[in-house]
Ligand binder design. Structure first.
Ligand code: NAD
Length: 364
């Protein structure tokens, strides 16, 4: 098959090489001339423009950073569609917004061309090894046309259910993987901060839904079968979550995902604390996260004290202390009552509290 390939980057270069290896002719283009040169060394043909990569091909594959670039390459400055022969199929394997996918499909249809959205799962290593997972969205006929090329690129090809579904499932997938990555970072940071051996903690969690995932254990066993009867009471789950948040607060470890989860189970009228990717990942990379978080908390979050006097006192006397109390009081309750609370010291497993205190960061 004659294939045009636009976007020879981290993913595309290896993918194109594997398509060449499958016996297809691959005309490759990238704005980076070195990538095009490498494609030629890999046995492909070099194109000097997107339009040239589209000439006389049966399939035109795009593997580009975002939807705006895909659109520009096809219809804008690249004008690749102008050179497509009748019946040529466009296969966008980039990760883009599904509504952009729909618009591109519509524009191609108006010009008489079909489109398959087929983003990749897994990693750049898999792209090089030809072991990617392909989430294919297209008509059965178009997917059949793509199959010989897809088989060079991946070892798992999933028909996601029609045009646009590949792009959609990719975003759902990446929502979960990115969120879980933040949660993983927080979890390991918490484990480390309370003196746990990470290998042991990972071994333990690998035997529970923490790592085995609710998606493949509890949901198919129960929820997805329509069984919504309680199995683990929310109050008990909340108790455990609150303990983790308390431990983390005492160790100075921000748990933004934990805060968000606790906020969801608090019901209306109670707000989760600041949540976000930045707050979760940054503590692994730098130590000043707490001070950044402190300024976020004390400036952007209103003091939870019910009275004006309490609020003024908090602001004037001890902004930093206030933050600590807020963090230690699990529900953002009145900082004055939290102040009266005595917080126990945390001893690591098997170690003396005094010795461990030296190693651990503390908000005390
Ligand atoms: P990349 O930035 O390494 O490669 C993109 C390539 O496109 C670059 O070589 C760039 O020069 C080229 N390019 C940019 N604008 C161009 C234009 N107008 N004309 C021609 N070439 C142009 O990105 P990547 O990691 O290969 O990712 C590509 C797509 O695959 C993205 O949508 C990404 O979200 C998705 N993806 C990436 C991974 C991964 O692990 N890297 C995994 C799955 C999916």
């Amino acid at each position: 098959m004659d294939v045009g390939f636009i976007g020879l980057g981290t993913m595309g270069l290896g993918m194109a090489k594997n398509v060449v290896g499958g016996g297809h002719t691959v005309v490759g283009y990238d704005t980076n001339p070195e990538a095009v040169a490498q494609h030629a060394r890999n046995g492909g043909r070099a194109a000097s423009s997107a339009g040239e990569a589209a000439l006389e091909v049966d399939l035109l594959i795009t593997m580009l950073p975002n939807g705006a670039i895909v659109e520009d390459v096809l219809f804008g400055s690249g004008a690749a569609v102008d050179n497509l022969k009748a019946g040529a199929l466009v296969v966008d394997m980039s990760t883009i917004h599904p509504l952009e996918t729909d618009r591109i499909r519509q524009r191609l249809a108006e010009l008489g061309h079909s489109m398959v959205d087929a983003p990749l799962g897994r990693t750049s290593r898999d792209a090089v090894a030809g072991t990617s997972l392909i989430m294919a969205g297209g008509t059965p006929g178009d997917l059949g046309t793509c199959r010989p090329v897809f088989e060079c690129i991946g070892d798992t090809i999933i028909d996601c259910g029609g045009p646009g579904t590949g792009s959609r499932v990719k975003i759902v997938n990446n929502f979960m993987t990115t969120t879980l990555n933040v949660l993983t970072a927080e979890t390991l940071r918490l484990a480390e901060s309370i003196g746990l051996d990470l290998d042991t903690a990972i071994e333990v969690m690998s035997g529970t839904p923490a790592v085995r995932s609710h998606m493949t254990t509890t949901y198919p066993a129960k929820v997805l079968k329509g069984d919504l009867t309680p199995a683990f009471m929310i109050d008990l789950a909340k108790k455990d979550l609150d303990i983790a948040i308390d431990l983390a607060a005492k160790q100075g470890v921000p748990l933004t995902m934990g805060d968000a989860a606790a906020g969801l189970s608090q019901g209306p009228g109670r707000r989760p604390r600041q949540a976000g990717l930045d707050g979760a990942l940054r503590p692994l990379a730098q130590d000043d996260e707490l001070s950044r978080r402190a300024s976020v908390c004390s400036h952007a979050t209103p003091c939870p004290s019910p009275s004006a006097v309490g609020r003024r006192t908090c602001r004037q006397k001890a902004r930093q202390k206030h933050l600590q109390y807020c963090r230690a009081s699990l529900d953002y309750g009145d900082c004055r009552s939290a102040k009266r609370r005595r917080r126990p010291r945390i001893g690591g497993p098997g170690g003396s509290a005094a010795g461990d205190e030296k190693r651990r960061p503390s908000v005390e």
